[in-house]
Ligand binder design. Sequence first.
Ligand SMILES: [Zn+2]
Length: 158
Amino acid sequence: MEASEKTTAVVISCSDPRLADAADAINAQFKKELGVERIIPLHRPGVVGLFSDSSAVHRPSSLDSLASANTTMEDVRRFALEEEIAMHLLFHRPDVLAIVAHHDCLGHPGNDEHQERSAIIAASVLRRRMGRYCFSGRIRSATLEECPNPGWRVKMLD
Ligand SMILES: [Zn+2]
């Protein structure tokens, strides 16, 4: 089967090891919620924080602009992740992207309300920043809530 024959979502979430432990169950939920057959998971520490400030729309988005003197490590991390996403757009043609916050994130601290708000803003910022790539699918936001049983639960936000 060709790579592009399966409906696919790129799901961008935190690299927290608690999420890694539950990866199979979380991916199964995302398949159902996003209506796809395959998940490409990308993990970065506190990843919503790279996109949850609306000023991130205007931060460097090319190698040339990254060379400026006031470039931050977050700018470099954001750009590197976007380049990785772009590679998946080119080779795997996903139908949807999702950016995901989670309960009790150490890399992007804050209560659950803060996590939800951050994920919604992050999806909006990512939509605007990814405008330079040819992607016609949806960019959605979600959080992962920690539940005693069966474990992490996906909550789609938009
Ligand atoms: Zn986290």
